[in-house]
Design a protein. Sequence first.
Length: 111
Amino acid sequence: MDICCFFRQKSDDHYEENYKDKSTKYLKKEREILKQKITCDSCLFCIYAFSATSNGVITIASKGTSGPITIPTMIITGAQAKKSSNDICEFKNKIDNIDKILNKRKIKSKL
């Protein structure tokens, strides 16, 4: 696993280990919940990105006079946009692993 001073990146094997002993019904429900979370985080990402961009435009339009307020806000909303983007990628990885596990089970049941 890669380790950084701010976060630890989880590998795909980690997700597969968490899900392999769960029932098929549970995995399908979990997949639907993750899809809903992706939808929600996608909307949040758009809001945060728009907010960060508009704060930059406001700072430029005010010739820097609003900088003490807009620049910290721009940094915070940019960081939140990045977090939402990372969450979306993580949820997609979880869905991919759930799909792999469900496909393996389908193949085993056909044999």
